[in-house]
Design a protein around this ligand. Structure first.
Ligand code: HEC
Ligand code: HEC
Length: 332
């Protein structure tokens, strides 16, 4: 689904100037400084707005540069711009892949957001159809099929296929964009993280599909090469010396300051590991360790998990991280 990148206002500087001008006029009207705070606020707001516009402008340029006439999402986005995440699939290389929102999605938050759906949908197994169909085990099920004979619109029936992470994401973003004559009169959830939260909540209700892998993305803000790094497990084993003061990796090895790491790739975050006492932050992450999440974790554990117990500054070299991850994969 190709979506245009939000256009930047005609002249960003004008917007900034207008805000600072308004502030200055107010200071003149109240020379005793009563409006000093508002003044400062406006200046800050102006510059914040300005940098936002610059970021959007950049993402727009990047979008054109990387898209050059084709609208598939590149498998490995060239780079990401921190804070610009909402441009949607195909909106440009600057958008974070939706998989990354799923990787950090929160079932409890999804349940809270599902209140927006409950006027029309039940979710428990055997729940009644209402204005919309019961949604138990919807992920993996056929689109507009079954559901106790619910009378779907022809429009949604015509879509075909199954509800998977991609189709459900598009549906929840904008139902009528996917099925123009849909009966679901719901504007959609514009926040990708909220959609991801709702989706993992739906998934937890009877579907339990594995989360999709996150395409490898460089650390936010870093201009990393567009080429995916191939890890060298042998070199990774050497780098693992940096981890060995806290971690064993042989199967059945003891926990130390950190948990044993045998078979960690693909395993759940912050769970099991012979009852290791994980931090609440890591326990709350959910999902499994894959390339992207391990890369983010090893770049800076305390950025990836607030309040983590792993006191390790991180590996700044992307190639070294790729090597260590390749090594972790071999440690079954
Ligand atoms: C105003 C009522 C209403 C709201 C609110 C609503 N839906 Fe729906 N939903 C419907 C209707 C009606 C359909 C059937 C659409 C059709 O047949 O075109 C539907 C269909 C669906 C389907 C497809 C079911 C299938 O078997 O193919 C999913 C998934 C879904 N809704 C999820 C949600 C989620 C998640 C939310 C909240 C974020 C939500 N809906 C909010 C009314 C609603
Ligand atoms: C100073 C000790 C220390 C060092 C050095 C260290 N770790 Fe850790 N590691 C920990 C602790 C403690 C935890 C548990 C973190 C938590 O609960 O927040 C952990 C957790 C992990 C986890 C998550 C395990 C799980 O079950 O979810 C991985 C993966 C990991 N470390 C990999 C590494 C790698 C790879 C290195 C070296 C590049 C490394 N660690 C270096 C202490 C360390």
């Amino acid at each position: 689904m190709a979506k245009a990148v939000r256009p930047a206002p005609q002249c960003p500087l004008q917007a900034v100037r207008a805000l600072t001008r308004a502030a200055r006029e107010r200071t003149r009207a109240f020379p005793n400084g009563a409006y000093r705070m508002a003044d400062r606020f406006n200046t800050i707001a102006g510059w914040t707005l300005f940098s936002g516009i610059v970021a959007l402008g950049l993402s727009s340029i990047a979008g054109h540069y990387f898209e050059a006439g084709k609208f598939e999402k590149p498998e490995h986005p060239g780079y990401t711009i921190a804070g610009v995440t909402e441009e949607g699939e195909g909106g440009g290389a600057a958008a974070a892949p939706f998989e990354s929102f799923l990787a950090k999605a929160d079932v409890a938050k999804g349940e809270a957001s599902f209140k927006k759906c409950m006027s029309c949908h039940t979710i428990e197994q055997g729940g009644a159809n209402g204005q919309g169909p019961n949604l138990y085990a919807i992920l993996g099920d056929g689109i507009a099929q079954g559901r106790g004979g619910f009378a779907f619109s022809d429009s949604l029936k015509g879509v075909g296929g199954k509800w998977d992470w991609t189709s459900l994401n598009h549906w929840l973003e904008n139902p009528s964009a996917m099925a123009s004559g849909t009966k679901m009169s719901f504007a959609g959830l514009t926040d990708p993280q909220e959609r991801a939260n709702v989706m993992v909540y739906l998934n937890a209700k009877g579907s339990n599909l594995p989360l999709p892998a996150v395409p490898a993305t460089p650390a936010a803000g870093a201009a990393a090469p567009a080429v995916a790094l191939v890890g060298d497990a042998a070199k990774g084993q050497k780098s693992f010396a940096k981890c060995a003061s806290c971690h064993t990796i042989a199967p059945g090895g003891p926990n130390g300051q950190g948990p044993n790491l045998a078979g960690i790739f693909g395993d759940k975050k912050g769970e099991g590991r012979g009852g290791f006492a994980f931090s609440d932050g890591l326990k709350a992450m959910g999902g499994t360790w894959d390339d992207a999440s391990l890369d983010a974790w090893l770049t800076s554990p305390s950025t990836y998990v607030q309040g983590t117990k792993m006191s390790f500054a991180g590996l700044t070299d992307a190639q070294e991280r790729a090597n260590v991850i390749a090594y972790l994969k071999t440690a079954k």
